[in-house]
Design a protein around this ligand. Structure first.
Ligand code: 5GP
Length: 180
């Protein structure tokens, strides 16, 4: 893909898919007999969610939430607005929020508070990636795919200026060579 050669593979496709299979099996065990609604946060979580639900062997429904945060796209401001709300109420439902990445935790903290106020039976969080070194607001993460260093990553749903979401792997910009 044009421009993708600037990036270096951080998590190859096979590793992503193997871990997603494990997460799906774990979620299947944990939610036996429950009324699960899987909520994807647009747009970054779409690829992860669509692979994850194929490994959850339970009856479930899916819904999506659009969020926009203000300020520099690469620096989370914590000021978040819902741009597209859920299509159905979540009262008394078991909600599994699926996120692409938790960085400062500010987005997720907003989301968790919003959802809890709607009186679901439970709210759990599943994130593909977690950057713990950047935490500003600690939110309990129930399922984490991979813990990564504080580096800007793209691919598998994650963008840089809306591009690169369709890479089947997670990539990052390699550190600059000071001699180059
Ligand atoms: P937080 O509020 O936890 O700081 O940020 C979460 C959001 O910031 C993610 O949903 C994602 O949109 C964006 N984000 C944080 N780190 C990265 C990154 O390394 N790459 C990309 N593409 N987006 C990121």
């Amino acid at each position: 893909m044009q421009g993708a050669d600037r990036f270096e593979v951080l998590i190859p496709e096979a590793d992503l898919q193997a871990r997603i299979r494990e997460l799906g099996a774990q979620i299947t065990r944990d939610y036996q007999g429950r009324d699960l609604v899987v909520v994807g946060v647009l747009k970054g979580a779409v690829l992860f969610l669509s692979d994850l639900v194929r490994h959850i062997d339970l009856p479930l429904s899916m819904d999506f939430l659009g969020l926009s945060s203000y300020g520099d796209a690469t620096l989370s401001s914590g000021v978040v607005q819902i741009t597209q709300d859920l299509s159905r109420p979540i009262v008394d439902r078991d909600v599994l929020v699926v996120e692409d990445i938790v960085d400062t935790g500010l987005t997720l903290s907003f989301l968790r508070e919003t959802f809890v106020s709607r009186q679901p039976r439970s709210v759990r969080i599943c994130t593909l990636l977690h950057k713990p070194s950047n935490t500003r607001k600690a939110v309990p993460l129930d399922y984490v795919g991979f813990t990564i260093d504080d580096r800007f990553v793209v691919g598998y749903g994650l963008d840089f200026e809306q591009r690169f979401r369709n890479l089947p792997y997670i990539a990052h910009l390699p550190p600059q060579d000071p001699a180059a």
